[in-house]
Design a protein around this ligand. Structure first.
Ligand code: NAD
Length: 342
């Protein structure tokens, strides 16, 4: 970000990370912001009335051109995505996000955008390297030879490479981060697209409120993952965007936990203990995945460091409030109108 008046465009701004990014950029003093999402504006998770908010389908080239017009920087976060249940059953839809990325890159080039950020994913990593619960943490080079998550992961890997070739062939300055499971307030927590931390918080809250004393867990609960709190994700996006790092880099926590340990934490926060029912036929993803942060530490002298307990507690409290509001029927969902004074 060169100066606060340069126009910054965030796509996917009606969603979890994009909405939080717009909020963070406002707090950093950026005054020229354009937020774009396909959802009708009243359904965005966060919405700011001092930002140019556009509801546009970025699968369409002409809409990408409207979005990129005058942009100094673009953060391209729009994608069709969700937790394992969603990406497992919507492979074609996930791959169609290639239209968004292709058209946004072309539009950025046409409008002389100075820098383009692309949100990739740990789903690009070779599945053979994630076959045991104790699999070694994933280094950037482990994406090749390519055997990405079918559908969603292949699209991410392809789009990473497209960013690289737009940089090498056309001189568009691109930056790519591979996010590992991001969680936090203002994200999807019900409806089928939510990811593990939000889903588990919601199930624990539901069991507590309804007194069912039981929780369903997808898989054996032994799968290992790492979870990055949203504030770390936003800090990392800023550092990577402003850096000279040209190759895709991990942006994730290196604190691996099993899904059972994640449930332990949520129960501890809720102050209850639930009977666990394991659904072994549910989509559960790879057995073991963690972020090797050697490269980010080396290049940025930093890595995501919010303890899972701290971030999960904030997320739990937020979902708890959302849950109650939804039960009361007063809108309840992750939706609020912010004004310039916030
Ligand atoms: P999200 O689903 O909350 O946000 C994505 C937004 O993109 C949604 O609001 C959606 O409406 C919008 N979108 C989808 N299709 C669109 C279209 N055709 N035109 C315009 N907008 C469209 O997801 P998120 O968690 O905020 O993820 C943001 C980015 O980070 C995505 O690219 C995702 O693949 C990537 N990512 C996220 C995670 C994570 O754990 N959340 C992990 C790895 C990568």
């Amino acid at each position: 970000m060169e100066n606060s008046h340069n126009l910054i465009v965030v796509t996917g701004a009606g969603g979890f990370i994009g909405g939080n990014l717009i909020s963070a950029l406002r707090h950093r003093g950026c005054t020229a912001l354009r937020a774009v999402d396909i959802k009708p504006i009243e359904q965005w998770y966060q919405r700011f009335d001092d930002v140019e908010n556009l509801s546009l389908d970025l699968n369409l080239k002409e809409n990408c051109e409207i979005s990129a017009d005058g942009a100094y920087e673009i953060y391209n976060l729009a994608a069709n995505m969700g937790g394992m249940g969603f990406i497992e059953h919507n492979k074609a839809l996930c791959m169609l996000s290639v239209l968004i990325n292709t058209h946004m890159l072309q539009a950025a080039l046409k409008h002389g955008t100075k820098r383009f950020f692309y949100a990739s994913s740990a789903c690009v990593y070779n599945a053979d390297k994630q076959k045991s619960f104790e699999a070694a943490s994933l280094k950037e080079e482990d994406a090749y030879p390519a055997l990405a998550e079918d559908g969603y992961g292949w699209e991410k890997l392809f789009s990473e490479r497209m960013c690289r070739h737009f940089r090498e062939d056309y001189g568009l300055s691109t930056r790519v981060a591979r996010f590992h499971n991001v969680y936090g307030p203002w994200g999807t927590w019900y409806g089928g697209r939510e990811k593990a931390p939000a889903a588990i918080c919601r199930k624990v809250i539901e069991a507590k409120i309804k007194g069912t004393n039981e929780i369903e867990i997808w898989g054996s609960g032994m799968q290992t993952r790492s979870f990055m709190y949203i504030d770390d994700c936003l800090k990392g996006i800023g550092l990577i965007m402003d850096s000279d790092i040209l190759e895709p880099i991990n942006l994730g926590s290196s604190q691996a936990v099993t899904i059972n340990q994640l449930v332990d934490l949520a129960e501890e926060i809720a102050g209850i203990k639930l009977k666990r029912r394991y659904d072994l036929s549910a989509p559960k993803g790879v057995d073991g995945r963690n972020s090797d942060n050697t490269l980010i530490q080396q290049l940025l002298h930093w890595e995501p460091d919010t303890p899972l307990r701290t971030g999960l507690e904030k997320t739990y409290r937020w979902i708890y409030d959302q849950y109650l509001a939804r039960e009361r029927g007063d809108g309840g969902v992750v939706r609020e109108l912010f004004t310039a004074s916030h």
